[in-house]
Design a protein around this ligand. Structure first.
Ligand SMILES: [Zn+2]
Length: 300
């Protein structure tokens, strides 16, 4: 009963929003918010691949969810197992809070052991349906890390299946296949990444760095250890944040991504310092240019 009452109340602001005069600025609040779900293999991958764009969407009132398919319980030089998974989960929650996104879910699959099984595919199908996603983002199936590769395979395998009622029938199927996008990578074989959309994230790069800073066990411990640069990480919190900023901002933008920025931003593109880029997956809904402008409301 109380549920029904609060639902009726919710209808009132929606009706008011619809009643806005046509001349009112088309702000995010006056439109139906977009629903975006981003998948990564580990608790930090969504952040690196799409964190800036997610922050831009979130700031405009759109609903963004990050999902890590593994719990991150293996990738560390001196910690592991349940205690590490717990630490990674807390770091992801804090990063999600700093990005301003709606949810950051970490699934309890083991790190370093992800396989493109039917069970994992169903986990992903359910997440996409429950989120009622308009846009799904994941890595391509070409990557150095098997967890990243299989995340790409699994998410790609859910395109179309999310609308099939008899697949994972415990979850309401979508009526419309979402737009599936691959996040940027630099791998060349079997084919290089094609940036169909490029988003300038200069206005939120500080937010992205601040969110990455929440992944202490990754960005200040594990990744520098793997690179053999652990000694270069400052101990002091402020100093290590500026070290992170140096590492993770102002990286070279590829010629292809720069060309995509020019397509979407025109002359302003040449001044862009940080960007994220996405490739349309052929197995999801095929968006027109107008669809992409609606889904990425950042280009005006
Ligand atoms: Zn990863």
């Amino acid at each position: 009963m109380p549920k029904r009452r609060s639902r009726t109340r919710l209808l009132v602001p929606a009706a008011l929003a619809l009643a806005l005069p046509a001349a009112a600025p088309r702000t995010a609040a006056a439109q139906t918010p977009l629903r975006i779900i981003v998948f990564g293999a580990h608790p930090d991958d969504c952040d690196m691949d799409a964190g800036g764009t997610a922050a831009l969407w979130a700031a405009r009132g759109h609903a963004v969810k990050f999902v890590a398919l593994t719990n991150g319980d293996a990738g560390h030089q001196s910690e592991g197992g349940g205690a590490l998974a717990k630490r990674r989960r807390a770091e992801a929650q804090e990063a999600g809070r700093r990005f301003g996104i709606a949810e950051y879910e970490v699934l309890d699959n083991h790190d370093g052991e992800l396989e493109p099984t039917l069970a994992v595919r169903q986990q992903v199908i359910r997440r996409i349906r429950q989120w009622q996603a308009d846009v799904v983002i994941a890595p391509r199936p070409n990557d150095y890390h098997p967890d990243h590769r299989y995340t790409g395979v699994v998410v790609q395998d859910t395109a179309y299946m999310v609308v099939v009622p008899n697949v994972a029938p415990d979850t309401e199927p979508l009526r419309k296949n979402p737009v599936f996008l691959y996040s940027y990578d630099h791998f060349q074989r079997p084919n290089p990444f094609r940036p169909d959309v490029a988003v300038a994230i200069d206005s939120v790069i500080e937010k992205k760095i601040h969110a990455l800073d929440a992944h202490v066990s990754q960005v200040y411990e594990w990744l520098p250890w793997v690179d053999g640069s652990l000694e270069s990480v400052p101990k002091d919190k402020a100093a290590r944040l500026s070290w992170l900023r140096q590492q993770r901002s102002g990286q070279r933008i590829s010629d292809e991504v720069r060309a995509a920025l020019r397509k979407w931003y025109g002359a302003k593109a040449d001044a862009v310092k940080d960007a994220e880029a996405f490739e349309v997956c052929e197995y999801g809904r095929r968006p027109s240019e107008a669809d992409l402008r609606r889904l990425f409301p950042f280009f005006d």
